[in-house]
Ligand binder design. Structure first.
Ligand code: SF4
Length: 232
């Protein structure tokens, strides 16, 4: 099991934010074990998944990606070569399929034209600059940009989502009205900038919020229950 170094006894909730964040990550890692995110066979498949997962459940994305994989290799070239209507039909299970098809093909076209289809090249360079460029694409907001950077580009850009906000508000780290950028900046400032850590931490937050810290939390068996202020 991956264990991320923290400066405190792993059984007591620490007072320093950096240690609290690592403590929480380690506690979740102990409980859930390695999660091996993102579930994809290639970085470009991660990008496709990051577009498709917007406003839908992951199982719908899996259906859309399976349909795509039966039809084409998941490359920017093959994606651009598809007729728009065919692409729309293939990704229909993921919802908003017309909009998503258009945005995927726009992204793939730019990747081909500016970087000869080389995703690594597109995602290399100063992190903040690459992130800003991603944010100029239709359909790429901060969460999608950070997912692409972290899981496709292996760049240390922390991914924030609704689960992150819920868990850390309940755990007393967030007030709940912070912006996406505020929350991302907090994690970026207080955690070592390690891709493995950011990768695993985001996956653990999602797992924790699907299993225990749901909208109606199941606190009784939660691995964070001993220190969680909700119950103190
Ligand atoms: S104890 Fe309850 S509120 Fe706290 S993290 Fe666990 S499930 Fe969420």
């Amino acid at each position: 099991m991956t264990h991320f170094r923290q400066n405190t006894d792993s059984r007591q909730r620490p007072a320093v934010l950096k240690d609290t964040l690592l403590f929480l990550c380690n506690r979740l890692a102990e409980h859930f074990g390695p999660l091996h995110w993102w579930p994809a066979d290639s970085p470009f498949e991660v990008v496709i998944g990051a577009f498709l997962t917007q406003n839908t459940a992951w199982r719908n994305v899996e259906l859309a990606i399976a349909a795509l994989k039966k039809t084409i290799p998941l490359t920017p070239q093959a994606l651009c070569a598809l007729q728009r209507q065919d692409l729309e039909e293939l990704i229909r299970p993921a919802g908003f399929f017309r909009q998503k098809a258009q945005r995927l093909q726009l992204f793939a076209t730019c990747l081909l034209e500016k970087h000869q289809g080389d995703l690594d090249a597109m995602l290399s360079g100063p992190l903040s600059q690459v992130r800003q460029t991603l944010l100029t694409f239709k359909g790429i907001g901060p969460e999608t940009a950070d997912s692409i950077l972290l899981y496709a580009g292996h760049r240390p850009s922390f991914v924030v989502d609704a689960y992150t906000r819920r868990l850390f508000k309940r755990y007393g780290v967030l007030e709940g009205d912070e912006t996406y950028e505020d929350i991302r900046a907090l994690f970026m400032a207080h955690l070592p900038r390690q891709v493995d850590l950011f990768n695993e931490y985001h996956a653990l937050i999602v797992e924790q919020c699907k299993t225990f810290c749901r909208k109606r939390p199941l606190c009784e068996n939660c691995p964070l229950q001993p220190e969680c202020p909700v119950l103190l």
